[in-house]
Design a protein around this ligand. Sequence first.
Ligand code: SF4
Length: 320
Amino acid sequence: MEYSRGDKIKVSYGTAIELGLIKGIMKDPPTTGYFFVMINKCEGKCKFCLQSKEPSDMISRVIWPEFNIEDILKKPLSKFKRICIQCSKENNIISKVINFISNISNIPISISTSPLREEEMILLKKMNIDIITIPIDCASKEIFSYIKGENWDYYWDSLEKALKIFGREKIGTHIIVGLGERECDIINILEKCKNMGIIPSLFAFTPIPKTELYNLKRPSISSYRRLQIARELIFMNEDYEFSYDNNGRIIEIKANKNILEDIIEKGEAFMTKGCPNCNRPYFNESPLGPIYNYPRKPRKEEIDIIRRELFAEGLKISYK
Ligand code: SF4
């Protein structure tokens, strides 16, 4: 499938630097190459995203300049451990995606998209796409319909269908912390994903100028740390207990002492989670911090900061 000369796609700033498409230095380079495919304009209505307002070079707080596909394909894509294609919500978007990915080989590819038709998913499976991600973004049905203006059940049905075609742990979703949900809602979604075989990726809400949610605050870093530990315990199949206050906030985590100590000390729980080798550097935060998702293993001094953040709101830890 050929792309026509001059066909363009967007490339995340860090990916463009890594490929030498633009000059610059990345503090923590991306280990995955991030691309955004759009035809005219995204038809999605996500209140946190500028693309729902107008075609823009911004996704979250990152700039995504546009390049010709032929120029991108001349670059050393193999330096990445994974390629991630983010898709705008448009009819036939998959044909443009296929025009690009049919020229890429020997690198695992993830596609992040709104729900697709079954035959489209089967076609992507035949093209050896590694992981399909259908971002649910919101942790409850009410917040989902308010923020995304779409059908919650339809999205879960689409995840089920994708699971049947791609299999367990080959389907992902994104969950944004800080859209008005309670921590216990996030835990419920994480446990549901675990049971279904879906890889959930945590994002921290990022206020973007000109979007409807620009005045909403970022989630508390302490809350985000509690949820990262929770995600780790759930996906490690550990024996855990979470206690909540009346607002559904985690006030106590109960689990094995060594496991909990290890999780904090090792720091991997506080890194970007999702498809293997996805690190999305500074997608939700400035490198000046606070860092919600570390794009690499936190250093010793950062573990000390993480520990302070974790206990800053009085979290109790007890042992099983
Ligand atoms: S988890 Fe990362 S690599 Fe996977 S779809 Fe999401 S952004 Fe892309």
